[in-house]
Design a protein around this ligand. Structure first.
Ligand SMILES: Cc1ncc(C[n+]2csc(CCOP(=O)(O)OP(=O)(O)O)c2C)c(N)n1
Length: 317
């Protein structure tokens, strides 16, 4: 494994802490009653989006799920319009029409989240086919969750992607649960083994280790030149599925079996990269201050919900 330079390792930390703190603020605002609908936090999974999107260029395309904040931030979507979107404001990434589950930003290749589990697999096929027809070197990265691999769209899309030789890397984040359903008893066989049957290169990686995800994705980028690839990133969702989750399906002890990817990277930066705990604390503080002021500003923006706006972005003439 090649040694990662200090600048890159630090930039991973900055992205991961930005995602974590962005969502901590969203969680607080949600509890304070400032959100319409619900929101799904990426807490514990930050290393995956961070390492992968760091290896993409803006013209590479990503697709995400209902748990899409981390992917959007890592791909370069600005946090101010993300806050505004989640608060239902006109200044949001999608004019406040999409909300937490549907953040998209085509300017950075972020084709968005999707509230329909497994709903973005067929969209990945369309994007992949378009890139292929354009003879582009770009790729599609389709992020999804373990639960979606039991949907028909997963199987149909992997099959077609393979037959058509599309430049898609499917990244399944196995965070152990689909709402309250435990992946270990809901998925026959393993996710990465399933994909092998569709005749594609597959990888399984520790999603709590940003260095390991980086290394695996480099290999996947090489493999996708021959056709679609699937990566199963093994991870853990530390927060509930959404705010209403009372988490009766697991005990707090279980958390100790899993490493926090941010804590793990922080320790590596201090041990191997000559970065002090004080420098890291300063990054944390600065990041928080910037995000908190963006959130407060976004909250004071004009609401989207008005009878005049309701059809905007629904039909085009
Ligand atoms: C087609 C469909 N079925 C059911 C739901 C309800 N639902 C929302 S999230 C979710 C669990 C998804 O689990 P997973 O794919 O593992 O993603 P995670 O939430 O763990 O990130 C379900 C069943 C939905 N939104 N869409």
């Amino acid at each position: 494994m090649q040694k990662i330079n200090k600048r890159r390792a630090l930039s991973w930390y900055e992205t991961m802490i930005r995602i974590r703190q962005f969502e901590n603020i969203i969680d607080d605002k949600n509890r304070a009653g400032h959100l319409y609908g619900t929101t799904h936090l990426y807490n514990g999974q930050e290393a995956i989006a961070t390492a992968i999107c760091d290896l993409l260029v803006p013209s590479d395309l990503i697709l995400s799920t209902h748990r899409n904040h981390g992917h959007a931030i890592a791909k370069g979507t600005k946090t101010y319009p993300m806050f505004a979107e989640i608060f239902g404001k006109q200044t949001g990434t999608n004019g406040g029409h999409g909300g937490s589950m549907h953040i998209s930003d085509i300017t950075v290749g972020n084709f968005g989240g999707n509230g329909i589990v497994g709903g973005n697999y067929p969209v990945a096929l369309g994007l992949g086919q378009a890139l292929k027809m354009d003879h582009s070197d770009n790729i599609v990265v389709c992020f999804s969750g373990d639960g979606s691999t039991n949907e028909g769209t997963f199987h149909e899309s992997l099959n077609l992607a393979s037959i058509w030789g599309l430049p898609i890397i499917f990244v399944v984040e196995n965070n152990q649960y689909a709402m309250s359903s435990d992946a270990s008893v809901m998925i026959a066989g393993s996710i990465s083994e399933r994909a092998k049957n569709y005749n594609m290169a597959t990888f399984k990686v520790d999603g709590q280790d940003v260095f390991a995800v980086h290394e695996t994705f480099l290999q996947a980028q090489d493999a996708v030149k021959q056709g679609p690839v699937l990566i199963e990133a093994v991870t853990y969702r530390f927060k509930g599925h959404s705010r209403s989750d009372i988490e009766q399906y697991r005990t707090p002890d279980e958390f100790f079996n899993w490493e926090d990817p941010i804590k793990k990277l922080r320790e590596t930066l201090i041990a191997d990269y000559d970065i002090s705990a004080e420098e890291i604390a300063l990054i944390d503080e600065k990041t928080y201050q910037k995000l908190a002021s963006e959130a407060d500003q976004a909250l004071s923006d004009e609401d989207t919900i008005s009878p005049v706006d309701i059809w905007k972005a629904v039909y085009s003439e």
